[in-house]
Design a binder for this molecule. Structure first.
Ligand SMILES: [Zn+2]
Length: 109
């Protein structure tokens, strides 16, 4: 007979990184140029370099995996922040276009 443990999906680094993001996104700090300070699960913080100018991502945590959960967490944080910035820019552009249309309409009257 299958138990919950038998059917539960494996907890991967990706899922641990996502869980870390969901629980601690407000504690992540962007230091600039792809460098982030990410909280650890047992207190303290780790420095993550997403290598935005090339090279390989790295983290100061003891996990020697190429991509640890902190790198995944910082990647999610960065993608979310960039998407929000793009949305805000699109809204500003749309607002400018709308104001331009109103001004053009007013000038035509
Ligand atoms: Zn790490």
């Amino acid at each position: 007979m299958a138990t919950t443990k038998d059917t539960a999906p494996p907890v991967t680094r990706e899922l641990r990184g996502l869980a870390l993001y969901r629980e601690h996104a407000d504690e992540i700090t962007h230091e600039g140029h792809g460098i982030y300070t990410v909280p650890g699960c047992s207190g303290g913080t780790y420095r993550v370099d997403l290598a935005v100018f090339g090279g390989t991502e790295s983290c100061s945590c003891p996990d020697r995996a190429t991509v640890c959960k902190h790198v995944i967490c910082a990647t999610i944080y960065r993608a979310t922040a960039r998407a929000a910035a793009r949305r805000a820019q699109a809204e500003r552009t749309a607002a400018r276009a709308s104001r331009g249309n109103v001004a053009a309409l007013a000038a035509a009257l």
